[in-house]
Design a protein around this ligand. Structure first.
Ligand SMILES: C[S@@+](CC[C@H](N)C(=O)[O-])C[C@H]1O[C@@H](n2cnc3c(N)ncnc32)[C@H](O)[C@@H]1O
Length: 200
């Protein structure tokens, strides 16, 4: 993505909080070189619409429960509930999933988290990457959910810590790999200890 487009995103379309800038300036640029074949971004708002451009070489999907926000989705979009994502997508379909700002904003109770992590695990390849962005005080810490621990490994990736917090924000990012899989190109590119099933 060229610098002018990034500037447009950061300056006008995207809230300018440090956690949001970390998503667009650190997380996306670190994950794009992995050439994820199929990407899912959950929860759509006006400021998330441009994210599709980061993943222009991938099959980029969006999922949003509220049909009114479908207009902010990508060209590959589904209206539906992430808690039942496995009824919307094929098993093992995705290489990379972003679940940012959805816990505590609709997926609130512990049971809802459990359903979500179980459903996402079913539609992710072994070794696929999951980014969970959530806010302290709005939901349980996802690391306390046994469903998450059973299906995903919490780990640093591509120079990014497994957990990233912010001094002036309640936002937290956690990085995971779906359990299973074999070493692949992503490991060569960013030195991860276990591999996702990413394209290439
Ligand atoms: C605070 S916004 C976050 C949007 C975006 N993901 C981001 O990074 O900022 C939460 C969005 O998640 C959607 N949402 C809430 N519960 C959902 C669910 N069960 N399945 C899919 N989307 C959901 C809401 O409708 C809303 O658009």
């Amino acid at each position: 993505m060229d610098a002018a487009l990034i500037s447009l995103f950061d300056g006008r379309l995207v809230p300018n909080e440090p956690d949001r800038k970390y998503l667009t300036s650190v997380i996306f640029p670190n994950l794009v070189p992995l050439e994820p074949g199929r990407v899912l971004f959950v929860g759509c708002r006006s400021y998330t619409k441009p994210y599709e451009a980061f993943f222009q070489d991938s099959e980029y999907w969006t999922l949003e429960i509220d049909p009114i926000h479908a207009k902010w989705g990508s060209k590959n979009h589904k209206t539906g509930d992430v808690r039942h994502a496995d009824s919307l997508f094929a098993p093992g379909y995705f290489d990379l999933v972003f679940l940012n700002g959805v816990l505590g904003f609709g997926v609130d109770a512990d049971d809802d988290q459990d359903m979500t992590f179980a459903a996402l695990h079913r539609i992710m390849r072994p070794g696929a990457i999951l980014l969970v962005g959530w806010n302290e005080g709005r939901c349980s810490d996802p690391l306390t959910r046994p469903t998450l621990g059973a299906a995903f490994r919490h780990q640093a990736l591509c120079g990014m810590p497994a957990r990233k917090g912010f001094a002036a924000s309640t936002h937290v990012y956690d990085l995971f790999r779906a359990v299973g899989g074999s070493p692949s190109r992503a490991d060569q590119l960013c030195g991860a200890s276990a591999g996702p099933a990413l394209r290439g």
